[in-house]
Design a protein around this ligand. Sequence first.
Ligand code: FUL
Length: 487
Amino acid sequence: MKNTILITISALFTLFIASCVKEIKPVAPVEPLPNVYQLAWQELEYYGFIHFNMNTFTNKEWGYGDEKPSQFNPTELDARQWARVAKEAGMKGLIITAKHHDGFALWPSAFTEHSVKNSPWKEGKGDLIREISDACKEYGLKFGIYLSPWDRNHPEYGKPEYVDYYRNQLRELLTNYGSIFEVWFDGANGGDGYYGGANEERRVEKRTYYDWPKTINLVRELQPQAVIFSDAGPDIRWIGNERGYAYDTTWSPIFRDRVYAGMPGFDKYAKGQENGTHWVPTESDVSIRPGWYYHPEQDDKVKTVAHLVDIYFNSVGKNSNFLLNLPVDTRGLVHENDVAQLTKLADYLKVMYETDFADSATLKATASREGYPPKLIHDNNKDTYWASPEEMNTAQIEVEWSSPQTVNTFMIQEYIPLGQRIKSFTFEVKTEQGWQLLETGGTIGNKRLIRFDTQTVSALRFSITDAKASPIISNLGVYKAPDLAPE
Ligand code: FUL
């Protein structure tokens, strides 16, 4: 009898303990989801493009393909300067135009004579891809390559033989220069050109001519971590303009098998598709000058810091990555005017991100899922998050201070490893006059940045007004960006 009582008591006690330590249920993902390489890439946020090749010396944007290797002759080329400038600018990597549409190769390719090996630079002994990949390693930058599929120099462009040649070049680049983080396949394709002296127009069927699946397999085999950019992914996609601007609504999902840049009516799909089948996040490419290549007459046309800041907010701050092009000059250096603007952008961002006013705030949410409280939004851990209760697709998050703060920027991130969910939001601040609505917007995705006129506020309110599924937030920040001096 005594034993039975004891057993019953201990069983009840165990049950009591078990009911106290409830298992935290995982949040179900909303497909499509990013893979680990896409996630790592998204975290880079800001990196550089280098357009430097034959066009630099002919003062063109698109060379015809009849240029002579002897024309490639930088006088002070220093790839370490490019890497240093990029690093100091806060960029996380560099992508170089190893070959542009004119076909000239910046490395001594074994498959063509149309390369640096026949140029006066370093008496034909130079290898620019080696120099820039080494410089990137030295400065802790990722390294990526752009290899133009269109080749206006090659005699066999338009025939199957050229596609083998293209893959051979790609293999050289993906084998001999260490780890590659991004491979850039340009969509500009086919037209008139030199083509080994034929001087004619050659059109190709963009979707089939290159047999992309085979080329993509080659990249996967040689550099599995590299993300591939092309008109329609497969891994990342073009934002749809060359101004560097993503959209108020920018979905990473898209119907990848049906939608691609260059298709009729692509404009209406450039912002992605809420119910898209594949995760193909966007990259916003833009040049710091009007041209992609260096033109001395554009030395005074380098974008102002206000313009660059605006692009940053409209790319990184709208669920996109920012790929900023630097047209290296005929000396082989990033021009001092460009360096000056890059430095101002870097200083601006440094000052802005230096103090996160959310550190001293209290975070509240209208409702939270068990095990996912709002404090997990701001805990210096990108892998923990707040989640709203299941089936609840709206929510309000409040950031509150015990004494008012003077701020002008708000940052928020969805936990994208579990899919992109939020469709729309409003953003309010509480001042002495009470709550004021400052912004009504669309998606969040990896990151949303909201700028507003500097205000002294006691609280901020971010309201998720619609979502595909219960929202998950992994991070937020509140900053005071510096004023921009007029230029
Ligand atoms: C375009 C090219 O035609 C431009 O010359 C430049 O390389 C830009 C990044 O992509 O499609």
